[in-house]
Each structure stands twice: as C-alpha cells, then as structure tokens.
Ligand binder design. Structure first.
Ligand SMILES: Cc1cc2nc3c(=O)[nH]c(=O)nc-3n(C[C@H](O)[C@H](O)[C@H](O)COP(=O)(O)O)c2cc1C
Length: 173
C-alpha cells in the first residue's frame, strides 16, 4: 500500500466565511487534512511559522499580501528534511491571495521530490485550487502531479464524504 504524507498549514483566528468574518477555533485545512489521514492513513506534518500571523482577518490579509509580493520564505518552527519513505505527498493549505501561504513554500523548497507523486489540496472561499497546481509543479521538482482536491472552507466540517471519495480514489494504490 502507498505511504502518504500530508503536509499542511492551517490558521486559527478570524477568517472569511460565507462573506462574514468569523472566528475559527480549528482551521479549515486542519479539518480536511485530518479527514484525509482518517480515510487512507499516513503521517501529518503541520507547517508552523516562527512568526505568528495576526488573528485579525484584515491585518492578516495585509501581511500575507506583502509576503507574497516579496516572495518571502518565513522561518518555520520545525522542518521536514527527508521524505524518502513516502510515495504520495499531499500538500494542503488555505488559498491566500490565489496560492499557498509562503510558509508552505519554505518547506517544499527544502525537500527532494524525485519519484514522488504530489497532490494539491486547497481550502478556499471561492478560488478553488487556484495556483496550488502550478505551485506544486514549480516547487516539487521531479514529482508527478496527481489530481487535486478543493474544499470550500465554510464546508470543511461537512466535507468528510467528499474527502473520503477523493482520497480513496487517488491515494489508495
Ligand atoms: C490571508 C488570507 C488570504 C485569503 N485569500 C483567499 C483567496 O485569494 N481566495 C479564496 O478563495 N479565499 C481566500 N481566503 C480564505 C481562505 O482561503 C479560507 O478561509 C481557508 O479555508 C482558510 O483555511 P484555514 O482555516 O485552514 O487557514 C484567504 C484568507 C486569508 C486569511
């Protein structure tokens, strides 16, 4: 059976949910990442930046935009260094200005993806998979790109059936 690694970033605090700013005690992507693990097994690795992002939604989007423009690579609390044990690498994150939060890229750039299969997973409020596929093509050199999964953040909790269907089809080899 294929060995799965789920690399994810998720933020708690204020977020934009169905056109309203709402406080999330658990991030949407974390919920989806755990559903994937529950469905097909695998290890979870949470990307955590040393610098925390503002809990305030409007402050956070300003910081995120500046980081995207600057092509920032924020420092992480822990780094994965070796993914040689895994077949499938699922990269899950919220859509931030059309792509992954920059901390995910900090991590991806440190790994050797030769011979791996990578799968974009994105939670969003309308943008779908957005730039996640092109990001994985660019930052996971040597990997084959699998079919991705987009989940509306507001529907994260009730997305388990959709996640299971996708995971069983794409990740169970
Ligand atoms: C900084 C920031 C930027 C965002 N940019 C987008 C975007 O470009 N498109 C979109 O559909 N949703 C966007 N959102 C909404 C998030 O992608 C969505 O709420 C996501 O599910 C949050 O996941 P999390 O709880 O795991 O962090 C943004 C949210 C934040 C905080």
């Amino acid at each position: 059976m294929a060995k799965n690694l789920i690399i994810y970033y998720s933020r708690t605090g204020e977020n934009y949910v169905r056109r309203k700013v709402t406080v999330l005690s658990k991030g949407n992507t974390e919920i989806v990442a755990e559903y994937i693990q529950k469905a097909v097994g695998g290890d979870l690795f949470r990307v955590e930046t040393v610098k925390t992002y503002p809990a305030d939604y409007y402050e956070c989007i300003k910081v995120a935009k500046a980081e995207l423009r600057a092509k920032a690579r924020p420092e992480l609390k822990n780094y994965l260094t070796d993914i040689s044990d895994y077949d499938n690498i699922i990269v899950a994150g919220p859509c931030w200005w059309g792509t992954y939060p920059m901390g995910i890229l900090t991590q991806l750039e440190k790994l050797d993806f030769t011979g791996k299969k990578v799968f974009p997973v994105m939670t969003h409020e309308g943008s779908g998979l957005a730039g996640s596929k092109s990001a994985l093509k660019k930052y996971c050199k040597g990997a084959k790109l699998g079919k991705g999964l987009a989940v509306r953040g507001a529907d994260a909790e009730k997305s388990e059936d959709k996640v299971v269907k996708w995971a069983e089809k794409e990740l169970r080899i």
